[in-house]
Design a binder for this molecule. Structure first.
Ligand code: ATP
Ligand code: I3P
Length: 323
């Protein structure tokens, strides 16, 4: 079969439609492009986004003066505004407000890679769940099964969909997210490896089935051997924030510079007054626990196993900028 490279405008169109929630099949039908070509474009695009360094996709743009623009999300803006006043401020990118780029609003923040020299990066999604309780309620009240998530599911495990899902060729987002959590180490360890970009630019994002502690250790050891960071931060973790779907971004380069930051606050929300979380109690619907610190405990444990305790190991530099 002859492989035809799509022109860029068509790839952009596919990504645009995918971002607005359309499934592979519909995009394929309406643009008259074979669905497996659509799928490949989306997979490549997602890899590209998760390997971001010189970003210019629909969701991110590199801004001026070492900044990064991320597609506006009001929840994330509120969270950043709060974090700028919080003890966690040194552990997150500095937030610079909302800017417009073309027709789109963006949250502007520090680009964490600015002061690194050909850095290697690792994105770990933290917490024992990756969706909000509100998303569960919406899924019950107004279910919107998604074909793109069904396709992603069968691409990993053709046996995973139920008979009904197979008939619909679609799954609910919360069902997909829960399946992802149990397939990976999110449910068992409270964090999962989302992706790596090595210093040579090689990207790895195929960690959907990385679940056991042994598998996690193997991948961290193989790919993060220079990432000898020792995590002992975040002890002051804000008890009144519910942190869902947020990542820790590990960065290091050949000069020995290392850093780790919390990023991605689209699903981090302030809790009602007097409602606090310990971030370790297992989640049950209604208690809003996010398992963040449980995941962090496990991650520290795994990294300590691999790289040893702090002596001789550079203490983690949580922020490399001068405030
Ligand atoms: N401030 C930053 N500086 C440098 N790189 C960043 C920054 N924020 C995000 N990135 C890069 O972009 C990637 C995706 O970021 P983020 O998790 O915020 O995006 P997202 O679209 O919300 O992801 P998800 O699909 O998990 O919800 C990260 O893995 C990281 O490589
Ligand atoms: O990693 P995968 O398997 O590709 O799955 C995606 C991942 O779970 C993201 O966290 C989620 O975005 P949010 O965290 O923003 O919900 C996205 O939902 P989306 O397709 O609705 O953006 C999923 O498709």
């Amino acid at each position: 079969m002859v492989h035809r490279e799509l022109p860029k405008y068509q790839k952009d169109l596919i990504v645009q439609r995918y971002q607005s929630g359309e499934g592979y099949k519909r995009i394929s039908k309406e643009l008259n492009i074979p669905w497996h070509t659509v799928k490949i474009v989306i997979i490549k695009w997602r890899k590209y986004v998760s390997s971001l360094s010189s970003v210019s996709t629909g969701s991110f743009h590199v801004g001026d003066y070492g900044t990064l623009l991320k597609r506006f999300c009001e929840g994330e803006q509120q969270c950043y505004l709060r974090l700028m006043e919080d003890t966690l401020r040194p552990f997150v990118p500095l937030y610079h407000g909302v800017v417009q780029h073309g027709e789109q609003d963006y949250n502007m923040m520090d680009n964490l890679l600015t002061h690194f020299n050909t850095p290697a990066i690792m994105d770990c999604k933290m917490g024992s769940r990756t969706y909000l309780e509100e998303e569960l309620v919406t899924a019950r009240e107004r279910p919107q099964p998604r074909n793109d998530m069904y396709e992603k599911m069968v691409a990993v495990d053709p046996e995973a969909p139920t008979v009904q899902e197979r008939a619909q060729q679609a799954v609910l987002k919360t069902r997909y997210m829960q399946w992802r959590e149990t397939l990976s180490s999110t449910a068992s360890l409270g964090f999962r490896i989302e992706g790596f970009r090595k210093a040579n630019g090689e990207c790895q994002t195929n960690f959907k089935r990385t679940k056991s502690r042994e598998q996690v250790v193997e991948i961290l050891f193989q790919n993060g051997s220079n990432c000898n960071v020792f995590l002992q931060v975040l002890a002051d973790f804000a008890v009144s924030l519910q942190v869902v779907g947020s990542s820790l971004l590990f960065v290091h380069d050949w000069t020995g510079k290392t850093g780790v930051w919390m990023i991605d606050f689209g699903k981090t929300v302030s809790l009602p007054t007097h409602h606090t979380l310990d971030h370790r109690t297992p989640w049950a619907e209604g208690n809003r626990e996010d398992g963040y610190l449980w995941g962090l405990d496990n991650l520290i444990d795994v990294l300590t196993d691999i790289f040893g305790e702090a002596e001789g190991t550079p203490a983690l530099t949580c922020s490399t900028r001068q405030d």
